[in-house]
Design a protein around this ligand. Sequence first.
Ligand code: ATP
Ligand code: MG
Length: 442
Amino acid sequence: MFLSKSLVPILKNIPSEAKIKSHKLMLRTGMIKQSSAGIYSWLPLGFKIMKKIESIVRLEQDNIGVQEILMPTIQSSEIWKESGRYNDYGEEMLRIKDRQNREMLYGPTNEELITEIFRNSIKSYKSLPQLLYHIQWKFRDELRPRFGVMRCREFYMKDAYSFDLSIDEAIYSYNKFFLAYLKTFKKLDLSAIPMAADTGPIGGNLSHEFIIIAETGESKIYTDKRIFGVNYSDTVVDESSLSNLRTTYDEFYAVTDEKFDQNEFNEKVSDDNKLITKGIEVGHIFYFGDKYSKAMNASVDKDGKKEFVKMGSYGIGVSRLVAAIIEAKYDDKNEIMKWPINIAPYHCAILPQVSKNDKSNLEKSLNIYNYLKSKNIDAIIDDTDEGIIAKIKKFNLIGIPYQIVIGKNSTDEKFEFAKVGEDLQFLSTDEIENIIKKDLKN
Ligand code: ATP
Ligand code: MG
């Protein structure tokens, strides 16, 4: 791919409306474009990243046996009246009327719709558990949309739902998601801490928010530092192993503002281990029992007896994650972004020095590009007329993990190569390929 032919509208100046580094970077590198307050178009660079995050989220859902479906964005008000949330949800819900004057809405979440699907499809307890998810746009008419895609009105979310016969089985389902979330965020190179949370308008009594530490986060957090050391790599998906993992995590004090209690904090955490900071909520899981199944009459037959199913719901902010990863990884002082290679929009940037009279470096670039492509390494060539320093700076900002500079120092066999933000070294295409391949494997 040639940069000159890509829709990557790089801005020279930092847009003044952007207050946090992720929003600044996303606008500067043309990842998104605001179309109205809190509503964005995703341009190629941003969209590629979001899609890669989405596929990691999907893989970890599939790994614990969740079935993927797709529900619509527009829902009927009827089911929300059944659950009682049509009024409760308030002004965050975007309400729409169709031409028949029917009350519709743009879904802010899907508990009602999935419960309706469940009650029409599943009759026997033998079909339980049912674990279902979809990845779909949501709309919440946030009072103060801000920070770009971090808190916007239309956003992309993975939401999953579990249906079980008993509370114990429902907690087992909950714990599967707990582990899947830890693994998902780890694959995104983020360290997310599960924190005991309030259940809010979704209702219920068991909930964890997954928070990543960031100065610009909107949640104030209070935690025991040792929680970062919990090891889940040996946890397998069986009931007791997962239950032990939950217990291990829950033993450490970790809460946001809403649940904070100074006395409890002092009692449970020594001063050395106290961490008070800010964080970004990237995921949220809930167990809420029969709150919706009772209200909406979703039950199964067990030995001739009607049992209301026990439910949970599990969200990940896929579009918010793009911004959250930038908050965690962008060095805004030196203007260097480092996308983990598994979600970077390209693996490698090829930066030839070109002038009006000499296009030979462009030819070399194309050869390297084709070679890398044949090895499944995805590169972009900056074929613009800018100087080499400007090109390097631009790609430091965009954050493609590797750069190959093709200029007066390169020979026919060796080129200047660097990991973004690090020193250049002379390497052959084979050596370059090996380094990138190794990173891709990790
Ligand atoms: P918040 O407290 O940040 O408003 P929430 O508790 O309302 O989040 P959930 O209903 O649990 O969020 O939604 C699941 C996930 O969707 C959140 O963890 C977050 O990552 C994402 N999300 C929620 N609201 C927004 C928003 N306005 N813009 C972008 N992502 C969002
Ligand atoms: Mg909210």
